[in-house]
Write a protein that binds this ligand. Structure first.
Ligand SMILES: NC(=O)c1ccc[n+]([C@@H]2O[C@H](COP(=O)([O-])OP(=O)(O)OC[C@H]3O[C@@H](n4cnc5c(N)ncnc54)[C@H](OP(=O)(O)O)[C@@H]3O)[C@@H](O)[C@H]2O)c1
Length: 271
């Protein structure tokens, strides 16, 4: 297949490019400044030129806290630009997030759970999902969570840096989710593209943990001698209120299943 990957320089996007190529697909990656997805005419021209069988849209405004101050720009990228891609391409796999949920559940969120974002980033991502699925019932929205991997700022790498610099780090224990490694997710995205999966998919490493437990595991696998201290979110205030619980699972017969989250940490830290 010929596949166009947007956001191809991003943490997930560059990994998706590699995963598609290693499965024999012809890949065209693009990102800013070559193509600004908020420009509908430019997107339409670019897609007509490339003539892809599928587009994997990894482009996004991902600065969760900054989005509170500039929701308009976040909306243009996460919602309107996603719509531009979805209207221009025959088949799109669009990435979304656990932050579309409010975090008040105690059971894992599945594809049919009702979204109710509490912050600007989540609102703009939910609007993007609606634009993509509204453009064609054959498009796919893949929600993932707590992403980390090479080539982008992420929690696991931040913990490892701090673990080398400090004797102690303080990490919140009262937010629980599904940490997901880009190495596992990118392979699963290739599968979705190949079978032209449609509708909403949840795709996260299996199991669940808190940020505290993720930090402990990262230190253990990297063999770093740094004490991880569990603190409540009230001691680490952020502009955006994060969901307290945002574990993602699939309820689809044809759903995406990824390995346990501990395997993701190992995969990321093992050369
Ligand atoms: N990171 C997470 O924890 C997480 C969790 C759940 C879901 N997701 C979702 O997963 C997807 C990939 O995330 P990621 O962490 O890989 O993101 P990322 O590293 O921030 O990459 C996003 C890419 O999109 C590009 N981009 C931004 N605005 C654009 C525009 N107007 N036109 C074209 N490209 C544009 C960015 O370029 P610049 O860098 O130049 O702005 C960047 O290269 C996103 O949909 C995100 O919402 C991420």
């Amino acid at each position: 297949m010929r596949v166009l990957v947007t956001g191809a320089h991003g943490m997930l996007g560059h990994r998706v490019v590699d995963a598609l190529r290693s499965r024999g697909h012809e890949v065209r990656g693009t990102d800013l400044p070559e193509l600004d997805l908020t420009d509908a005419d430019a997107v339409s021209r670019f897609v007509s030129d490339v003539e892809p069988d599928a587009v994997v849209n990894c482009a996004a405004y991902t600065a969760v806290d900054k989005a509170e101050e500039d929701e308009e720009l976040a909306f243009r990228i996460n919602a309107d630009a996603a719509g531009n891609v979805a209207r221009a391409a025959p088949y799109v796999v669009h990435l979304s997030t656990d932050y579309v949920f409010d975090g008040s559940a105690s059971e894992a969120y599945t594809e049919s759970s009702a979204p109710a974002p509490t912050g600007a980033y989540g609102r703009t991502k939910l609007a993007g999902e609606e634009q993509v699925l509204g453009a064609s019932s054959s498009h796919a929205v893949v929600r993932t969570a707590w992403l980390y991997g090479e080539g982008g700022p992420n929690f696991v790498d931040t913990m490892l840096r701090l673990g080398r610099e400090r004797a102690e780090v303080r990490v919140v224990f009262d937010q629980v989710g599904s940490p997901t490694w880009t190495g596992h997710l990118s392979t699963a995205l290739v599968d979705v593209v190949q079978r032209k999966g449609a509708g909403i998919f949840h795709a996260a490493n299996s199991g669940r943990c808190s940020w505290f437990e993720l930090a402990v595991e990262a230190m253990r696998v990297a063999d770093l001698d740094c004490r991880v201290v569990a603190i409540p979110s009230s001691e680490y205030p952020t502009p955006t209120k994060r969901p307290a619980f945002s574990v993602l699972e699939t309820e689809r017969d044809d759903g995406v299943h990824l390995p346990p989250w501990q395997d993701g940490v190992k995969g990321h830290l093992t050369p």
